[in-house]
Design a protein around this ligand. Structure first.
Ligand code: AMP
Length: 327
């Protein structure tokens, strides 16, 4: 189970941290993937663009290879059971620990005039999404590690207090460790809303991709010393979209102090264009197909709600909220 907030265009971080894993998981797991529109409301005060963003996230997921026939692909707000479990889990969530969450502190810094309770209890809502589907594996990027730990805590507290209902969920990546795709300016990670010139979006046209990569930060190329983060970032991106031969060649050049960043960026740009452009074109078609998107959302919600209702029943019985049961 996993989700992506519809707060903007999907970028390479979303793809490599999350969507790529979704696409692989659909072959061998029962999967629930959603557009986290309720989570988006924790920071969006203006919702006129929400509909377009929701359609875009769905379309870009499908264009990246997600098959709505194989998984439940749905909108968070179409599964009202989420709100009920969220309410129940709030009894197990402590104000002090929520206030200490680094992502909450960061959001307070970014949105000082909108520090609402949704923002504070964001990890509780996320735990509700995951536990509602009784998920064990949650494909996410590195930034979500702590939220997963909190979801495990809530599951553990619930089980201890009321009896075993929820399996423990873990962050998941097919590789060795969770991924963080860095931004092109060497400052932080790619993001939907910040650093837009240093973030590569799945909707970027070929020229935009080439321009952004051309402007990416590097160093003087002199040998010796530790590789600066900005250059390490370029190598990481190169590894994501170019062949191993190309990566090895530039790594050897870098070691020898003969690396030509102009050439390296050209290779990276062409690799990126070849990777992004088919997804962009396919997503564009899907985004304009109203009846298809409606069908995907309705069928996805039906699958997610069936599983959610069964879990909620178990949770309420465990909590003693079953007044008609035989004694
Ligand atoms: P969000 O865009 O915050 O809703 O995140 C959706 C998914 O993308 C989550 O699984 C995140 O962990 C992942 N993600 C977002 N940004 C990055 C990034 N720069 N690198 C890796 N994963 C990311």
């Amino acid at each position: 189970m996993s989700g992506i907030r519809p707060t903007g265009f999907l970028h390479l971080g979303n793809y490599f941290g999350a969507v790529r894993n979704y696409v692989r998981m659909q072959e061998s797991y029962t999967c629930y993937f959603m557009v986290a529109d309720l989570h988006a409301l924790t920071t969006l005060t203006e919702t006129r663009e929400l509909k377009n963003h929701v359609r875009r996230v769905l379309a870009e997921n499908i264009a990246s290879g997600l098959d709505p026939e194989k998984v439940a692909l749905y909108c968070q707000s179409h599964v009202p059971e989420t709100a009920e479990l969220y309410l129940l889990l709030n009894m197990l969530a402590y104000k002090g620990e929520l206030e200490k969450t680094p992502t909450f502190k960061e959001k307070v810094r970014l949105h000082p005039n909108n520090v609402n309770m949704g923002l504070l209890t964001y990890p509780v809502l996320q735990a509700a999404d995951i536990l509602l589907q009784r998920a064990t594996l949650v494909p996410v990027g590195k930034d979500q590690e702590q939220h997963l730990e909190m979801a495990r805590n809530y599951a553990g507290r619930f089980n201890q207090r009321y009896g075993e209902v929820f399996p423990e969920p873990y962050a998941f990546n097919f590789g060795e460790s969770l991924i963080k795709v860095p931004s092109l300016d060497g400052a932080g990670k790619m993001s939907k809303s910040e650093n837009q010139m240093a973030t590569l979006y799945l909707a970027d046209d070929d020229e935009t991709i080439r321009n952004k990569i051309k402007k990416a930060k590097t160093d003087s190329g002199a040998p010796g010393g530790d590789m600066p983060e900005s250059v390490a970032n370029l190598f990481l991106l190169l590894e994501l979209v170019c062949s191993q031969d190309v990566v090895d060649k530039f790594r050897a050049d870098y070691q020898a102090g003969t690396v030509r960043y102009g050439d390296m960026k050209k290779e990276l740009a062409e690799g990126m264009v070849a990777f992004i452009s088919p997804i962009r074109e396919k997503a564009e078609q899907i985004r304009n197909d109203d009846s298809y998107l409606r069908k995907v959302m309705e069928e996805g919600a039906a699958k997610a709600r069936a599983n959610a209702a069964a879990t909620l029943q178990l949770a309420k019985e465990a909590m003693g909220l079953n007044y008609f049961a035989k004694i």
